[in-house]
Design a binder for this molecule. Sequence first.
Ligand SMILES: [Ca+2]
Ligand SMILES: [Ca+2]
Length: 263
Amino acid sequence: MTQTCIAQRSHVITSVLCAILSVVFCSFSVAHANATTSLSYEFLVHESSVLQTGGLAGVYIPYPVEGGFRLVMDGNGGAVFQDVDAELGPPAFYQSFGELFNTNVLTGKVINDTTIAFTGLTQGGIPGLAIRIDATFQDNLVTLTGGFDENDLVWDGFRYDLRAVGRLAGTAIPGDTNGNDAVDERDYDNLIAQFGGDPGDESADFNHDGVIDLKDFVILRKNFGAGVQAAPGAGFAGTVPEPAALLLITAGLPAILRRKGKK
Ligand SMILES: [Ca+2]
Ligand SMILES: [Ca+2]
């Protein structure tokens, strides 16, 4: 009788423990699956451009793209652009990157382990044209490719194609003044030209104290020769991303994309 009671009690305890563990596990899975991921990127100027082609005269004009943006993944296979603050360089007629590609309304969907496809329509001066921009992640970079749908020409016969590389904010190499992910003679020349004065357009103020001095020189000297200027999407062997960001990119984000891409 006693043994029966003990057995029944053990069964009850085991059942309760299983129930508790199930709740805990399910709560963790749901919370994890629904987690929002927000990543800020800065365009690499020398790797980022919008190409305008077509028209009666058959133009072929690349415009550099400068600025930044944020990608927000909702954890359910969806994604959006946010805080897009980027400009096309002269002589572009459409200077706002966000307006040209109508980034506010693009809808992103995970399509494989490393890529999100953003689609939508243009509006404003050239409304109703299909847009597709693919965002492909590798290391601390995201490559944006696409533009206006190739079968969809604007009213004047022009089309706009995008090929740009964004670098995760906060992962630049200290000592790199011109954003080419290499610390070399050009950065040294910039530091010498600005030494003793204010930061220039390609700022050598690596410690952000408003002046260019010996402290900045020490930072540049420490990193001189670091970094590799690679092809877009190829990654940068010499970069040293901030640990938390690196962990997110190398482990967390691909896992999120993989899980949601299979839904
Ligand atoms: Ca450089
Ligand atoms: Ca400084």
